[in-house]
Design a binder for this molecule. Structure first.
Ligand code: FAD
Length: 462
């Protein structure tokens, strides 16, 4: 029986980061992974492959729409879907192999197979039982099922199937206007598919700043995506290679159908803890099936911890990573901490959408006095030069103290721009601190400074 200080179950961004930090802190560490490759949902069927397809199709969009405007003339590219999938696969492989390398470098044992916890302090993988002073559950999540919809991963697919469709569909229906549905819907719309998004609620990307939601939906419509809002999908029927999606309007109960060559079910994800034996162990779960943890990621059973998509909070790779690092520090006797108030959320469409902290709607609900500084990318020289002037930066700050409470960006490189504001928020900065910081010209980040200036005496270029 091999014996470890820590065994992490699951090698997604939560699990592998936790294992690396544990090893760096001098703990003898193993990580159990049932997949053929390390990296979890994120590297294998999530963040990384979806971003590869978004990048490739964004390049196509640029070539089709903007090259000739810049005097770049010639044959426009045609799509070799097989090659695009091969590029995506290669991207996955270089990333997953990178984690394998990091495991070797940090002397972390990869226990290959599906793990279970027969009792506290023991992890079973295949026929072998290993001893662990501490166990970290980092088993992630899987796509949620939708009643009346049977997924075959060919015509009716989850995000996993959508990352490797046999061909580009002529018509695609996306059920759910959340991040994953809109990112993958954008990919296929750019490839020429007629994409219709069916959403139960009246706004896309639930929980986001309402002004961003409206601008984002308008921009996606301009890009050719259609939306059916306030519609509850009743079922999907597949006949041969075609599917029809039946939905009911929440307004007047009227029913309608949409035909499609592919249907993407993107109605959310649920925590995955199957086969671990949590019930027998007495590990408490929430009503939504997440592993219940305290402020130090400890479960209800001593020396068993949990992180990432398997517990409460936003299902994001960087949230899982932060928890992975923090729990490793706790296990090494240090003070692990995650600031849940400063976790950015990004949608990697074009333009990108990025958000951190509170929305105007939340501030209003809290009755908090705030000011909003907004700056349109139309006033940003770099954005105009790059045909990327759609969108804005909005910074929300406390009316009295000027402390930054949230920021919402739709525009070029929003996913990178947001981090300047995250750092400012970590340091409890005021909007004026950003406004007084010199920003290089010409950069998109000048729009962030201008939004900060707009919280005070006013932006210069608006
Ligand atoms: P996971 O990444 O799900 O990893 C869990 C791992 O545990 C899996 O490899 C699984 O095989 C393994 N496992 C489970 N049970 C066992 C067991 N019993 N024994 C052994 N191994 C086990 N997030 C972002 O922040 N940015 C994005 O751009 C983004 N894009 C996404 C796009 C898509 C299409 C999807 C589906 C998700 C995306 N996400 C994104 C979400 C992100 O992938 C997850 O939040 C993140 O992967 C969660 O990390 P995790 O470590 O908790 O779990």
């Amino acid at each position: 029986m091999a014996s470890y200080d820590v065994i992490v179950i699951g090698s997604g961004p939560g699990g592998y980061v936790c294992a690396i930090r544990c090893a760096q802190l001098g703990l003898k560490t193993a990580c159990v992974e049932g997949r053929e490759t390390l990296g979890g949902t994120c590297l294998n069927v999530g963040c990384i492959p979806s971003k590869a397809l978004l990048h490739a199709t964004h390049m196509l969009h640029e070539a089709e729409h903007n090259f000739s405007k810049m005097g770049l003339k010639g044959k426009s590219p045609s799509v070799d879907w097989k090659q695009m999938l091969a590029y995506k696969q290669e991207t996955i492989e270089t990333n997953t192999k990178g984690i394998e390398f990091l495991f070797k470098k940090n002397k972390i044992d990869w226990l290959k197979g599906w793990g279970s916890i027969p009792q506290a302090g023991r992890v079973k993988v295949g026929d072998e039982v290993h001893e662990a002073k501490n166990i970290v559950i980092a088993t992630g999540s899987e796509s949620s099922a939708l009643p009346g919809v049977e997924v075959d991963e060919k015509i009716v697919v989850t995000s996993t199937g959508a990352l490797e469709l046999a061909s580009v569909p002529k018509k695609m229906v996306v059920i759910g206007a959340g991040v994953i549905g809109l990112e993958l819907g954008s990919v296929y719309a750019r490839l020429g598919a007629e994409v219709t998004v069916v959403e139960y609620l009246d706004a896309i990307t639930p929980g986001m700043d309402a002004e961003v939601q409206k601008t984002f939906q308008r921009t996606l419509k301009k890009q050719g995506l259609s939306f059916v809002m306030g519609a509850a999908v009743q079922g999907v029927e597949v006949k041969g290679k075609k599917a029809s999606v039946r939905y009911k309007s929440r307004k007047d109960d009227s029913e309608a159908t949409l035909d499609a060559d592919a249907v993407l079910v993107a109605t959310g994800r649920r925590p995955f803890t199957d086969g671990l034996g949590l019930e027998d162990l007495g590990v408490a779960l929430t009503a939504r099936g997440q592993v219940k943890t305290d402020a130090h990621w400890a479960t209800s059973v001593r020396d068993i911890y949990a992180i990432g998509d398997a517990i409460e909070g936003p299902m994001l790779a960087h949230k899982a990573e932060d928890e992975g690092m923090a729990v490793a520090e706790v296990l090494a006797g240090k003070a692990g901490h995650v600031n849940y108030g400063v976790i950015p959320g990004v949608i990697y469409t074009h333009p990108e959408v990025a958000t951190v902290g509170l929305t105007e709607e939340q501030l209003k609900a809290e009755g908090r006095a705030y000011k909003a500084g907004k700056f349109s990318f139309m006033g940003n020289g770099r954005a105009k030069a790059n045909f990327a002037a759609d969108g804005f930066v909005k910074i929300l700050a406390d009316k009295t103290t000027d402390r930054i409470l949230g920021a919402h960006i739709i525009g070029p490189m929003a996913g990178d721009l947001i981090h300047e504001i995250c750092v400012a928020m970590e340091f409890g900065a005021a909007a004026q601190d950003l406004a007084m910081t010199c920003h290089a010209h010409p950069t998109y980040s000048e729009a962030v400074r201008e939004a900060a200036l707009a919280c005070g005496d006013g932006a210069i270029h608006s």
